[in-house]
Design a protein around this ligand. Structure first.
Ligand code: OOB
Length: 546
C-alpha cells in the first residue's frame, strides 16, 4: 500500500473524504482488484473483442499480471508516470490494468496527438515511459517517438505494441507474475487530459476510489449487466467511452467490450451486426452520420438498445430522430474529464431526453449556477456551472496558479459551461464562458493555437474563435494581424497552417479558416472582443451561404 500522496495532487478535505466513504461511494477497491474479482467470478466470459482476438476475463487478468511483472522488471514503480497513446486495441486494457496493479500512472494521450503535445505530456509529467502502437491508420508512432526523444531531455523508455523496431516490444514484457504490493484506493490511478482553455492541456488526477465510483454508478444508471455488448467506437482513452459508463463500466458489469478501429458506419455497423452490440457512445457529428447511414438499412442494427451521445451539444432536432431511425433509445451525456457527468435517465420523458443534457450521477454532486459575480441566478436562468462532489477533482496536477482560478475557495470547479437547470435537476447546456472551441467533441484551447500562430515571424497578433458549422457544430477560425504595413498579405493561410503542422500538433487543432485583419475589435477594458469576432465570422458565413 502506498502511503505518500502524489506531489502536486490536491486531495479532498478529510471531512468530505469521510462523508464519501460513509455514504458508500468510495469503497476502497482499486481497478486492479476489480479485474481480479471479475476474473475469479467468471473467468471464461468474454471481456474484450478486438478484430479476430477474443480475450476472456481470465486472459485479460493474466495479461495484466504478466505485464505488471514485466513493467516492474524494467524499473517502473508506483507513481511513475507513463504516457499511454494507444488506438482502440486490446493491449490498451492489458497495459492500463498492469499499470494500475503496480500503481504507475497512465497519462492518457489521444491517437491524434503529435510531437508538441506528447513532448509536453512527457516533460510536464516527467514520464518514465511512453507506450504506443507501431502504426495505426497509416501513421507510424515509432517515428513520432523518435521525434519526441530527439526533442526531450529526460530518458524515456519507449514500449511498442507490435513491431518495436529499436524500442522495447510490449510482447517481451509478459513475465511470470510476481507479488506486487499495489496502490491504495485513495491513491491517484491515472492522469486524464483536460480540454483546456489556457495554453496546453492540464493533467487531471483521478483516484481509484473516485473514478470507480463514477464508473459503478454510471453502469447502474445505464442498466449495464452481463448481457451488455458495448461498442467502443470513440478513442478508447477518452473519459466518455472509458468511464461513462464506457469500457470500464462494462468490465465492472461483466459484459463485453467490442473495439472498433474506426467509428464510421462502414467499419462499425458490421461489428454491431456480428457481435449483437447493445450500447455505444458517439459524439454528435458521428451520431448524425449513423442516423443517415442507418436509413439505408443495409445492416441489422436491431440489437442496439441504447445510443449515448455527448461531448458536445446534440441538437434537439437530431436527438428526436434517434428512436425512429436507429430503433434504440437515446441517452444524452454531458460530462467532463474533471469529474461531473450527467445522464438523461431511462424513465425521463421524450421531451427531457431530446432537449436536456441530463442530470448528475450522484445525490452528492453539488451543482451551482452563478452569475458573473458568483451569485446564484434565478431558478431556470442561464449561468455559470460550478460543481463539487465525490468524483470531481479539487485541483489539476501541479498547477497551483491555474487552480486558484479554476476552483473556488470552497472547492467548487468552474466548468466554464453556461447552463440552465430545470426544477428536476436536469441541465441544458447553452454556451460556454471558457476560451475553447468544441469541434464536434474535440476540444481546442484558443490560447494554445494563438501561441503557435504567434511563433510565426510574419504574425503580429492572433485571436482564435469558434465559428458555426452544420456538421461539427463548431469549427475553428483564426483572425490574424500580420506584421508590417496594414493590408500586408504576403503570406497565405495555407502557409500558416503548414507552419502549424510542422510544429507537430493534432490535426483537429489546425484552424479551419484564417482571416487576415488590420486590427481586432476591443472591449471596454481593452481586451480583444472575441464575441465581436465570433459574430463577424458567423455573419460572413451566413451571407456566403445565401
Ligand atoms: C467530455 O469530456 P471533456 O473533458 O472532453 O470535455 C468536457 C466539456 C464540458 O465542459 C462541455 O463544455 C463539453 O465538453 N460537453 C458538452 C456535452 N458533453 C461535454 N457540451 C454540451 N453538451 C454535452 N452533452 O466531453 C465528456 C466526458 C464524459 C462524458 C461525456 C463527455
Amino acid at each position: 500500500m502506498s502511503t505518500t500522496p502524489l506531489p502536486g495532487f490536491t486531495p479532498w478535505p478529510a471531512e468530505f473524504a469521510a462523508r464519501y466513504r460513509a455514504s458508500g461511494y468510495w469503497t476502497g477497491q482499486t481497478f486492479g482488484a476489480l479485474l481480479q474479482q471479475r476474473a475469479d467470478e467468471h473467468p471464461q466470459r468474454e471481456a474484450i473483442v478486438c478484430g479476430q482476438r477474443r480475450w476472456t476475463y481470465a486472459e485479460l487478468n493474466r495479461r495484466a499480471n504478466q505485464l505488471a511483472a514485466g513493467f516492474t522488471r524494467i524499473g517502473l514503480r508506483a507513481q511513475d508516470r507513463v504516457v499511454v497513446q494507444l488506438p482502440n486495441i486490446a493491449e490498451f486494457f492489458a497495459v492500463c490494468f498492469a499499470l494500475f496493479r503496480i500503481g504507475a500512472l497512465p497519462v492518457f494521450a489521444l491517437p491524434a496527438h503529435r510531437r508538441t503535445e506528447i513532448g509536453h505530456f512527457c516533460a510536464f509529467a516527467e514520464a518514465r515511459a511512453y507506450i504506443i502502437a507501431d502504426t495505426d491508420q497509416g501513421f507510424d508512432y515509432r517515428e513520432l517517438a523518435r521525434q519526441v526523444l530527439a526533442a526531450g531531455s529526460q530518458p524515456l523508455q519507449v514500449i511498442v505494441a507490435g513491431d518495436a523496431a529499436e524500442f522495447t516490444a510490449l510482447d517481451s514484457l509478459y513475465d511470470t507474475p510476481c507479488e506486487i504490493a499495489g496502490p491504495a484506493a485513495g491513491d491517484v490511478a491515472f492522469l486524464q487530459l483536460s480540454g483546456g482553455s489556457t495554453g496546453l492541456s492540464k493533467l487531471i488526477p483521478r483516484t481509484h476510489d473516485d473514478y470507480l465510483y463514477s464508473v459503478r454508478a454510471s453502469a447502474e444508471i445505464c442498466g449495464l449487466d452481463a448481457a451488455t455488448v458495448y461498442l467502443c467506437a470513440l478513442p478508447v482513452a477518452h473519459n466518455f467511452p472509458l468511464s461513462s459508463p464506457g469500457s470500464l463500466g462494462v468490465l465492472y458489469a461483466g459484459g463485453k467490450v467490442v473495439l472498433a478501429p474506426q467509428p464510421n458506419p462502414a467499419v462499425s455497423f458490421p461489428l454491431v451486426t456480428a457481435e449483437r452490440v447493445t450500447v455505444t457512445s458517439l459524439v454528435p457529428p458521428l451520431a448524425m452520420i449513423w442516423l443517415d447511414a442507418a436509413a439505408a438499412r443495409q445492416h441489422d442494427l436491431s440489437s442496439l438498445r441504447m445510443l449515448q451521445v455527448g461531448g458536445a451539444k446534440f441538437a434537439a432536432e437530431a436527438a428526436s430522430r434517434v428512436q425512429a431511425e436507429l430503433g434504440c433509445r437515446l441517452q444524452q451525456v454531458f460530462g467532463m474529464a474533471e469529474g461531473l457527468v450527467n445522464y438523461t435517465r431511462d424513465d425521463d420523458n421524450e421531451e427531457i431526453v431530446t432537449t436536456t443534457q441530463g442530470r448528475p450521477i450522484s445525490p452528492d454532486d453539488e451543482v451551482r449556477v452563478l452569475d458573473d459575480e458568483d451569485q446564484p441566478v434565478a431558478p431556470g436562468e442561464l449561468g455559470h456551472l460550478l460543481t463539487r462532489g465525490p468524483y470531481t477533482i479539487r485541483g489539476y496536477y501541479l498547477a497551483p496558479e491555474h487552480n486558484a482560478r479554476a476552483f473556488t475557495a470552497d472547492g467548487f470547479y468552474r466548468t466554464g459551461d453556461l447552463v440552465r437547470q430545470l426544477p428536476s435537476g436536469h441541465l441544458i447546456v447553452d454556451g460556454r464562458a471558457k476560451d475553447q472551441i468544441n469541434r464536434g467533441g474535440e476540444k481546442v484551447a484558443a490560447e494554445e493555437i494563438e501561441n503557435y500562430l504567434l511563433a510565426h515571424p510574419a504574425v503580429h497578433d492572433a485571436a482564435v474563435v469558434a465559428m458555426p458549422d452544420a456538421y461539427l457544430g463548431e469549427k475553428t477560425c483564426a483572425f490574424i494581424i500580420l506584421r508590417g504595413e496594414p493590408g500586408n498579405q504576403a503570406i497565405r493561410p495555407a502557409q500558416l497552417n503548414g507552419f502549424l503542422r510542422e510544429r507537430g500538433i493534432a490535426q483537429f487543432k489546425i484552424p479551419d479558416r484564417i482571416v487576415f485583419v488590420d486590427r481586432f475589435p476591443k472591449t471596454g477594458v481593452g481586451k480583444v472582443n472575441k464575441r465581436a469576432l465570433r459574430e463577424h465570422i458567423s455573419q460572413q458565413l451566413a451571407e456566403a451561404a445565401q
